[in-house]
Design a protein around this ligand. Structure first.
Ligand code: SF4
Length: 288
């Protein structure tokens, strides 16, 4: 752990890793007593480490998985998620883009729209996770976002001038409120991706390391490579970026009216700050 100038044995590392995640849960009040917790799982290292911790801490999570319809990839990763859940007796529910929206990400990627498949994928995944977590009666939806994901998102939003999106970041995500939103939380926000891999290996968590075929062409992949090379040269860069984002969060939230109550989308009725929600806009584009 070059950023902390630390070298730990497997046992001490696991303890250190768990304490850091627990501190995030406590310090940011991610869960309240009696909350029903949904966990978004894909079968990759981050989501299975998250599920392992929630299970170990006796939160009785419900796993929610999304099949975006990506050939040669998602079925494989979902297999790992289902195995993990069955071994640990965790209920798991799988929902697909095809059933919900009548389209898969593979089909969307062939439509040659201005936006790449990842833009549609992210919007539909957020929408579907929220709907299904709410339908399952969850009070919180935990996601496996790690330090690398968050640092990449901060930088991408900054480069694009998307400051209102920056205001939604942090361990407790979102800006506006609606009874239709299930609060999303990120217990692994301070865990570097490499350490999620190490923790999974040490603790015998069998995850899928398959990479989505659409990932290579994404803007995020370029940002990830740039950040990794900066981290290599200047250890601690990703933590520094997160700290600087944290400092600006109160200002951003105040500026963009955090906490305001929003109504429903004019087409589907899902909570939205705009007349038409992002998922309906994307569907309109894809069908147009
Ligand atoms: Fe979806 Fe893009 Fe991630 Fe693939 S890389 S799962 S298309 S967001």
């Amino acid at each position: 752990m070059r950023y902390a100038q630390k070298q730990l044995c497997a046992e001490c590392f696991s303890r250190f890793f768990e304490r850091r995640a627990w501190r995030t849960v406590k310090n940011s009040n991610l869960f309240r007593r009696g909350d029903k917790i949904g966990a978004a799982v894909s079968g990759g290292k981050d989501s299975l480490v998250l599920l392992h911790l929630l299970h170990k801490w006796h939160f009785n999570p419900v796993a929610i998985a999304i099949d975006e319809g990506i050939r040669g990839y998602r079925k494989h990763t979902l297999g790992h998620a289902e195995n993990f859940c069955s071994e640990n007796k965790i209920p798991v529910h799988v929902f697909s883009f095809q059933d919900e929206y009548g389209i898969t990400i593979d089909k969307a990627s062939k439509k040659k729209k201005a936006q790449g498949p990842c833009a549609y994928c992210g919007v539909f995944r957020r929408d579907l996770l929220n709907k299904k977590a709410r339908a399952l009666g969850c009070d919180r939806l935990a996601t496996g976002h790690n330090l690398d994901d968050e640092a990449q998102t901060v930088l991408m939003n900054f480069f694009r001038g998307e400051f209102s999106r920056m205001a939604r970041g942090g361990a407790v995500t979102g800006l506006v409120q609606s009874p239709g939103f299930v609060q999303r939380v990120k217990p692994l926000l301070l865990s570097p991706e490499r350490e999620n891999v190490a923790y999974a290996l040490i603790n015998g968590i069998e995850y899928s390391d398959a990479e989505c075929p659409h990932a290579r062409t994404s803007y995020r992949a370029s940002i990830r490579d740039a950040l990794n090379s900066l981290e290599e040269k200047y250890p601690g860069t990703k933590f520094a970026l997160l700290r600087s984002h944290e400092k600006s969060l109160p200002m951003l939230k105040a500026h963009f009216g955090a906490g305001a109550e929003v109504g429903g989308c004019g087409r589907c009725g899902e909570p939205s700050g705009n007349a038409v929600c992002e998922a309906c806009k994307c569907l309109g584009e894809l069908r147009g």
